[in-house]
Write a protein that binds this ligand. Structure first.
Ligand code: BGC
Length: 784
């Protein structure tokens, strides 16, 4: 039976009328009393991982009422490969950031948090929040800051608050500069102090301010020193300057020494350094016991604050924690994250009062790519495909659950091949393995070995050498037949996987081409095309997708809507040949429902790109020295000129700009009024539908500040505005928003004297309103 979490300890104090600061003092005292009762062995046992059912764990100390820490991946939902189908696949971190909406993100965090609690975990290994420095970054899909530090700074607190409201400790990862997967565990990232503070630290600063319980230090080195033993980034910058009071755990295997003096508190997943070696070093006086006490206290304090010490959570991994409510949340959030990039001739939304013939094309329309691979993957109980979503929307029959498949055992695989990025589930027999594969939309081939069933989306691994007796085979899906299904209003839909798509599209009023591409932990994407990964690894990407779009566009005079799932930036060589383009990110299990709501206008899109869509590969011109690095050194010599900052600096127009996103209505901006450091603007809905806008404020700093030309420093969302309705919105600029990092004198924030130009509008390339703020002389910001 699952036990539901009811309240966190903070709430209890609030009810009793105790101020937050007093409550913290009370907790600190309790922690110090507890630590005083612990033996050195008990303390050390909390500072490193041990084996167990969860991804990471420390043992309980029952005599003192200290529960075990039970940590699990990942950043966008509970990953439980041994109980597939028992948790919800939500939109990924990089996807949810497209909402630019703290309320949506809180909901996302809380829904994940409750699933972690109900699986018995008390640490969620997420959210991930590094910046998307490199468009091909393999984990950009996990990271919820997009490509902008201010966006990350504003969004991460809500994810933390949501997760922690359920009595689960959140984990801000990966501190720091884990912005590439190529050579992630050997590369040294050379990043100067100012760039670190103004760019890469800011999302993490938001997490600290939100009271995040834990951090994860990364695999890479920073300026020549391993991240998990880097006293500058861990001890000085994170703990002293940003004031982080929780604990730092290492990424899995990222500990290289007993680096507790440098700021690491806990080694994961084992005790190679923080077990007997650390114990000996304390016993022989090399490391003072107070240092151990500090690390243990940093773990115990959030455990107390979040009620983990007082709640007897007896839930286990066996619980199925997904539910209809959570599927609905995944749907809502995915619909809210859909970015409408282009909508020529207002081809969308489809009219619901008139006959229409819609062709749905592409293999991804029945087997969509809904998430990425690695520790951020989630194995849902079902996936709603785009074809299914449109059938549902039109009140037509269901294909899900009845997708036919044929089992065979005619393949040979090398069982030793890397399975990274593919799914693996437990199975008792080869037949069970085949059935599991047949029921999973992305699986076509399987390998059964021992009690494990590995799933592959294509036959890229077929007939590899070294086959050693595992049973393997295919579960080939029969694609749904291509036939028109119509409802009573003569609204019709038909699907084709691409083989006969052109002739189907010619019969249709409009064709929706569904595309997907993939990304995963452990490697960066080879390129930004839809054909990436076609022969490597899991090979989930259907081949020839770009050609398919062009052929259909040519045959239908462009009456094409492209709906895509993608981990971040992609290239759209067919952009000018099609009418509409919808980016769904990695949308999670309810993709088809969400897409259909947007296609038919039940949901009016209001998401905005959290990164720039480039015109070509490596448009920002990273040199090999910058990315992926030469001789294991990656030089961040571009400093702050990443993403839209590079485009504005060089005057290059991207395919779609940072902050861009259309609605089915239109908005106008007027009446910018600057009062002190408050900026008010009026937004009016000038179209014909109810809609929400995301007004954005950018600053141009005085030239003496030596900053990129344009920087996001404020954004908000309007309420749902009726046609003709206006709303006045106010942005309040904080000291830090006007500051630069002073890396010469104070090593803190400083406001440079001069004129700050304020620009407000609907995207980084659409800023019609202009004002200014004058600062007479330098202002040194006081340390908090
Ligand atoms: C990843 C982490 C993850 C950990 C545990 C590492 O390889 O980088 O993000 O939490 O594994 O699975």
């Amino acid at each position: 039976m699952k036990i539901l979490f009811s309240c966190v300890a903070f709430t209890v104090w609030a009810v009793l009328g105790v101020a937050a600061s007093e409550a913290i003092d009370i907790y600190k005292q309790k922690v110090s009393d507890l630590v005083a009762q612990m033996t050195l062995d008990e303390k050390i046992s909390m500072l490193h991982g041990t084996t167990g059912a969860y991804v990471g764990q420390t043992p309980a100390i029952p005599r003192l009422g200290i529960p075990a820490l039970q940590m699990n991946d990942g950043p966008q939902g509970f990953r439980d490969d041994s109980h597939p189908g028992t948790t919800t696949s939500f939109p990924s971190g990089g996807t949810i950031s497209a909402t630019w909406d703290s309320d949506a993100i809180y909901k996302w965090g809380a829904a994940m948090g409750v699933e972690f609690f109900e699986k018995g975990a008390n640490v969620q290994l997420g959210p991930g929040m590094n910046l998307a420095r490199v468009p091909t970054g393999g984990r950009n899909f996990e990271y919820m800051s997009g490509a902008d530090p201010f966006l990350g700074y504003k969004l991460t607190p809500s994810a933390i608050a949501g997760i922690q409201s359920m009595g689960v400790m959140a984990n801000a990862k990966h501190w720091i500069e884990n912005n590439q997967e190529t050579n992630r565990d050997t590369v040294s990232d050379v990043v100067d102090e100012r760039t670190r503070h103004e760019l890469y630290y800011m999302p993490f600063q938001g997490a600290v301010e939100a009271g995040v319980a834990s951090f994860m230090c990364s695999y890479n080195k920073i300026n020549g020193i391993w991240s998990c033993e880097n006293a500058v980034t861990l001890k000085q910058d994170l703990k002293e300057t940003l004031g982080f009071s929780g604990f730092v755990m290492s990424d899995w295997g990222a500990t290289h020494s007993t680096s507790i003096l440098q700021g690491l508190d806990q080694e994961m997943p084992s005790g190679l350094y923080f077990g007997s070696t650390l114990l000996k070093q304390v016993q022989d006086g090399t490391i003072p016991e107070e240092i151990i006490n500090d690390s243990v206290s940093r773990i115990l304090l959030p455990m107390m604050q979040l009620g983990i010490m007082s709640t007897n959570n007896t839930n286990t991994l066996n619980n199925a924690v997904n539910s209809k409510d959570h599927a609905d949340i995944a749907y809502e959030l995915s619909a809210q994250s859909h970015v409408l990039l282009q909508n020529n001739d207002d081809i969308l939304p489809f009219r619901t009062d008139k006959p229409i013939k819609i062709a749905i094309v592409g293999k991804a329309a029945v087997a969509p790519i809904i998430g990425g691979g690695g520790s951020g993957s989630v194995f849902p109980s079902h996936i709603v495909s785009p074809y299914q979503g449109v059938l549902n929307e039109l009140g037509l029959s269901s294909i899900n659950g009845s997708m036919a498949f044929m089992c065979s055992t005619d393949y040979e695989y090398d069982v030793g091949i890397a399975q990274w990025g593919c799914e693996a589930v437990p199975a008792a027999t080869p037949e069970d393995c085949c059935t599991a594969c047949g029921n999973y939309p992305l699986c076509e081939n399987w390998v059964f070995s021992g009690s494990s069933c590995s799933m592959y989306p294509n036959d890229a691994h077929k007939k590899r050498t070294g086959y050693k007796g595992a049973t393997s085979g295919s579960a080939k899906k029969s694609m749904p037949p291509t036939k028109w299904d119509c409802n009573a209003k003569a609204q019709c839909v038909a699907f084709n996987d691409g083989s006969a798509a052109v002739s189907l599209a010619k019969e249709a009023d409009v064709t929706v081409v569904v595309l997907g591409t993939f990304a995963k932990e452990g490697s960066d994407r080879p390129d930004l095309s839809f054909n990436a990964f076609k022969t490597e690894d899991c090979g989930v990407v259907p081949p020839g997708q770009d050609d398919l779009v062009s052929q259909i566009a040519a045959a239908t005079l462009g009456k094409v809507v492209v709906a895509m799932t993608a981990p971040g930036a992609v290239l759209m060589p067919w952009k000018n040949q099609v009418s509409s383009i919808l980016w769904g990110g990695f949308p999670g299990q309810e993709y088809g429902r969400a897409l259909a709501s947007v296609l038919f206008g039940t949901v009016n899109p209001s998401a905005r790109l959290p990164f720039t869509m480039p015109n070509k590969e490596n448009e920002v011109g990273f040199t090999p020295q910058q990315f992926p690095g030469v001789n294991k050194v990656g030089n961040y010599s571009e400093k702050m000129l990443i993403d839209y900052r590079w485009y504005t600096f060089h005057g290059v127009k991207p395919a779609f700009a940072f902050g861009h996103g259309l609605s089915y209505t239109t908005f106008q901006y007027s009446d910018l009024v600057v009062t002190g450091r408050d900026v008010a603007v009026t937004v009016t809905n000038t179209g014909t539908r109810v809609g929400r806008d995301v007004p954005q404020l950018y600053l141009e700093f005085p030239s003496a500040a030596l900053t990129p030309p344009l920087m996001l420093k404020g954004f908000t969302r309007t309420t749902a505005l009726e046609p003709g309705q206006s709303e006045i919105l106010t942005f309040s600029l904080r000291e830090q928003d006007l500051s630069v990092w002073d890396d010469v004198e104070t090593h803190y924030w400083k406001i440079v004297a001069g004129t700050y130009v304020v620009l407000v509008g609907g995207a980084s390339d659409n800023l019609p309103l202009r004002g200014s703020i004058d600062v007479a002389s330098h202002v040194y910001v006081k340390r908090g």
